[in-house]
Write a protein of this length. Sequence first.
Length: 191
Amino acid sequence: MGRLVAGLEAVIAEQVHGQDETVLAFSAGLGSTLVGAIARKRTGLVCRVVGVEDAPDVQAARLAASFLDLRVSRVGVDPDRARAIAMDIERDAPGLRRGEVLALVPAVAVRQDAGAERILAGFGTTRLPARVREALTSFGLFAPIALATQELPGRARLAACAAALGLPHAFARPRRRAPLRGSDLASAFAK
């Protein structure tokens, strides 16, 4: 666990070095909360959460903001914009499966909204195929968890890292939500 925390700290420190402010695509899930806890020690961190007003991710992000002293703002994305982003992802990364495309929609929306060339994201709590890693890079999404270790760290190990960093138990073990469900945008893609 100590090596994983050290690896995450090194990867994040390198990414945010010299930046006064860094944007994190934030869902208040395990990955983005862990990345945020480390990044906020090294840069002015702005956490941006995608979702309709009362979406699960928005509610969780507000709670995390109050307990973890994070700056959080909401990025409103309507169904039309979500579908347009998904179409852009499909066009620019044609090898991705539909579920992989949909998982990227909220983070790509944050990067577009921030106007940043590259932002932090919490991807990597589950196995990422090479095609997804390539897509993350091409869309300006920097995923420290995926880069800090060669093997899949697993949620239990990441939760232990979060606890070692002093995150409260509720934030170290949040429920897993698919990005579109957490942002309440899944209905935009219902058939």
